[in-house]
Design a protein around this ligand. Structure first.
Ligand code: ACO
Length: 434
């Protein structure tokens, strides 16, 4: 296949024939060859394991330039959003497309407070999970259960009803997340309060208890806001694609978000923040040197990978990781100045970045490398780290779900395969099988 940058079409030479394929481009970044008619016109499919070269949609939500380490949400740089906005403002930006006015922000916060309670009947569900249940399992199951308690969002729903469903989900996910933690430690649930902001409310539900007074520290609230913003969206990552994939079948919003939560849980995706801290603990406990760890990570016969390193898109430093590292240093200095895990993380990063294996493959720390250490310093247990990622990513998932349903090019997502199994076989009756 060849194409000329000014040519709106690409040429594909196949079986002695020439096919002209349309070129498509976004407002910034990569262009693509439109393969919509590839199979019907050429009899051939595209083979792209891991969809590494496939744009599955057009999207106006988030722009990533992985070569230059650029991340924009609705056009705004991630560093500016982290510095100047609350998480709620960024959630509004992603979902509605513009930064809110003061009035819009107040209205949004008010709606979030109104919808923060869970249906009382859902409380009993928490009691039926076994001790030690991972909060991600509880979170995904509870979110899909919301669809049986709250009217299903129909696609033809009006704007007002859509806003309510969206705020309901944003608000209730936070309550479910905190309740799942309380359940895991056997403490009574703490209800949300209209008195608090979004992150303050969450910290209060997490850490307040009947026997100890807790008032969220303004510093912790500010850090929580920044961390959630860092995770708010990242275009067509695995969990967002899961949301779009399930949404493409017409499933309701709750079901789609539950699928996104499950996809996020994996250690190669959002589960990496928990895996990073477990890796650092293992290094400490086993007295491994950073050289040994890097050697293990480079050995393809060893399943071990340097968790929190590498990214499908970023081939330079992940801009979120840069911000997370700065936050980590500031938070740790204030809260846990002698945390040995931080020293190990810094030494590991430095060692890996000097190694030709990581340099040649352009593997840098990703957002998950330092965030777990920050959550830990704020008092969150490891099992909650990916739940916090999910809380941050929710506005992105919702924005993509909405965008998908407004997209005239949207179809059910149904990829194809290259079959590698046996050919047609004569049927063998059970008594003749050996
Ligand atoms: N440690 C050691 N080697 C690695 C790592 C790593 N963390 N990441 C990639 N590599 C190597 C691969 O072994 C491969 O080597 P090869 O070319 O010799 O076969 C090469 O780098 C390319 O790696 P792929 O797995 O093909 O890259 P891909 O884009 O498919 O995977 C991923 C990206 C999953 C993030 C990968 O880098 C990884 O497993 N990282 C560790 C888990 C992690 O931190 N995940 C969080 C990602 S960020 C997020 O989801 C929010």
């Amino acid at each position: 296949m060849n194409d000329n940058r000014s040519d709106p079409q690409a040429n594909l030479h196949l079986d002695g024939k020439n096919f002209r394929l349309e070129m498509v481009a976004g407002s910034m970044g990569d262009r693509a060859v439109h393969l919509g008619k590839l199979r019907s016109e050429t009899g051939c499919m595209a083979f792209d394991p891991g969809m590494a070269n496939t744009a599955i949609c057009r999207s106006a939500i988030t722009f990533v330039d992985g070569e230059k380490g650029v991340l924009l949400h609705r056009g705004y740089a991630i560093a500016d959003l982290v510095e100047h906005c609350s998480f709620i403002e960024v959630a509004y930006l992603l979902i509605h497309g513009t930064l809110p006015t003061l009035e819009q922000q107040q209205q949004f916060s008010r709606l979030l407070n109104i919808h923060s309670m869970l249906h009382e009947d859902m409380r009993s569900f928490f009691g039926n999970y076994p001790e030690g249940a991972h909060p991600m399992a509880v979170l995904s199951a509870m979110v899909v259960s919301l669809s049986s308690f709250y009217p299903e969002l129909r696609l033809e729903t009006g704007k007002e009803e859509m806003n309510i469903t969206v705020t309901r989900l944003l608000s209730k996910l936070r309550t479910i997340a905190a309740f799942s933690y309380k359940k895991s430690i056997g403490e009574p649930f703490v209800y949300p309060s209209y008195k608090f902001s979004y992150c303050e409310n969450f910290l209060n539900m997490m850490f307040s208890s009947p026997v100890s007074h807790y008032r969220a520290d303004a510093y912790d609230v500010a850090i929580m806001n920044k961390l959630l913003i860092l995770h708010a969206d990242h275009e067509q990552n695995a969990s967002t694609t899961a949301v779009r994939m399930v949404g493409s079948t017409g499933a309701n919003l709750y079901a789609c978000i539950s699928a996104g939560i499950c996809a996020l849980w994996g250690a190669l995706h959002g589960g990496a923040n928990q895996a990073v801290v477990e890796m650092l603990e293992r290094i400490q406990q086993q007295g491994l040197t950073v050289d040994q760890v890097v050697t293990m990570a480079k050995d393809h016969n060893d399943p071990f990978r340097l968790m929190g390193f590498g990214h499908r898109i970023y081939k330079s430093y992940d801009p979120r990781a840069k911000i997370a590292k700065q936050l980590c240093m500031a938070v740790l200095q204030k809260k846990k100045p002698n945390d040995p895990l931080v020293a190990t993380a810094l030494a590991l990063e430095e060692r890996a970045l000097q190694d030709s294996y990581f340099q040649d493959r352009r593997l840098y720390p990703n957002v998950d490398f330092y965030t777990g250490l920050i959550y830990r310093a704020l008092g969150f247990p490891k099992e909650m780290f990916t739940v916090l990622f999910a809380l941050g990513r929710l506005p992105g998932w919702i924005a993509h779900w909405q965008e998908m349903h407004q997209d005239p090019e949207q179809k059910i997502m149904r990829p194809r395969q290259l079959y590698t199994g046996p050919g047609p076989l004569p049927f063998v009756p059970i008594e003749e099988r050996s």
